[in-house]
Design a protein around this ligand. Structure first.
Ligand code: SF4
Length: 369
């Protein structure tokens, strides 16, 4: 495998390592993918169903809103039954944050933009330290006030001041996020924080929108920072099904060669030289490879003239000619097959241990990288 690797050029920022439940964040640990439930927290069954869907999609940490003290009871049940670590999302009230920590949260997010009770914040820090859990200082552009002009600096300063207060209360396990809905401001805010401390950073762009708009904003913001070596855990925020957030998060990490999640399919955009209904072939290959665990790069190319050359970084591939297909490896033809048997011939070249349970992908990934 001769892939260009981000690890060869990205020097990851040195951060202190901490744990959110069984997931390590920071230091040399893998960059984790997280998401947030969108159900009513007090509907425990619906929230747990969504957490299981997220877990099956590859989510490693899930955040759950704890909007009121009365939601803490439901939150406690969710934490007890969740297959992945749960971060309590709290705003405004240190009383709720404290109750969430006591209810067993694996991490708690506080927003110093709207939670200014310093005595209360210190109490949360002391309680988190006693329970051995981290606090995420999560600032976003909607909640910082009293700044003149420079949003990125205001976000960074608000987060760093709060982190300092928590650290003075004896807590070392601190993560920071500084999200704006503007991509450039978000990137700038994270760069300021990154140059000022060694806390692990949770990356994200907030309120990005739905569909393509949200995906593009998140990919640019999170991707730019990751290429700078900044970022220890990521959350793509999208309006809609949170499973899409996890899929997008994993794709961002995979695109930068920072994580591997089983087979990766690359395919050409097609052009006037294309000899086949390529989308149909790609869809079939995707379906057939579902459940495969090997980190193999598979190319599906529309013509034999340029296909193998354009996909020479692929481990294995197929390219189509008129009434013929070629299986190739590393840009060189292996054999000629009929277009109808092309997909099955391609699959013969890929080792196939299959996942036996939805929990397996995480351990596979962790063991493999
Ligand atoms: Fe066009 Fe062939 Fe390139 Fe696909 S591989 S885009 S069909 S030239």
């Amino acid at each position: 495998m001769s892939h260009w690797s981000a690890e060869m050029v990205v020097h990851r920022r040195k951060t202190r390592k901490l744990r959110v439940g069984q997931v390590e964040v920071g230091g040399d640990s893998l960059i984790s993918v997280q998401s947030m439930t969108k159900t009513d927290t007090e509907d425990v069954a619906a929230t747990l169903r969504q957490i299981h869907r997220l877990h099956n999609a590859g989510c490693e940490i899930v955040r759950v809103a704890v909007p009121t003290l009365s939601a803490v009871k439901a939150f406690e049940k969710i934490v007890t039954s969740s297959p992945i670590p749960v971060e309590a999302d709290t705003h405004f009230s240190t009383g709720i944050a404290l109750a969430a920590v006591e209810a067993g949260a694996h991490s708690v997010r506080i927003n110093p933009g709207n939670t200014r009770n310093r005595k209360g914040l210190k109490e949360v820090a002391v309680c988190a330290r006693e329970r051995g859990i981290p606090i995420r200082v999560g600032v976003n552009s909607g909640s910082v006030g009293g700044f003149r002009g420079d949003l990125a600096r205001a976000l960074a300063r608000t987060a760093l001041d709060c982190a300092q207060l928590l650290e003075r209360a004896g807590l070392r396990e601190i993560m920071i996020s500084v999200k704006a809905s503007d991509v450039a401001e978000t990137v700038r805010a994270y760069r300021i924080v990154a140059s000022s401390c060694d806390y692990p950073l949770h990356l994200g762009v907030t309120a990005t929108g739905a569909g393509t708009t949200g995906l593009v904003k998140s990919a640019i913001g999170i991707g730019s920072l990751l290429l700078d070596g900044i970022g220890d855990t990521i959350r793509v925020s999208l309006t809609g099904d949170p499973v899409r957030e996890v899929e997008a998060g994993r794709e961002i990490l995979r695109s930068l060669n920072l994580r591997s999640f089983g087979p990766e399919i690359i395919s050409c955009p097609t052009c006037g030289r294309c000899e086949v209904d390529l989308l149909k072939v790609v869809t079939r290959v995707q379906k057939e490879l579902r459940g495969f665990t090997h980190n193999v790069k598979v190319a599906v190319m529309g013509c034999i003239v340029n296909g193998p050359g354009e996909a020479k970084e692929a481990d294995i591939g197929v390219a189509f000619g008129r009434g013929v297909a070629y299986i190739f490896r590393g840009g060189r033809k292996l054999r000629k097959v009929s277009p109808d048997s092309a997909v099955s011939e391609l699959l013969k070249e890929i080792p196939k241990p299959r996942r036996s349970s939805p929990r397996e992908p995480l351990s596979f990934i962790r063991g493999k990288e």
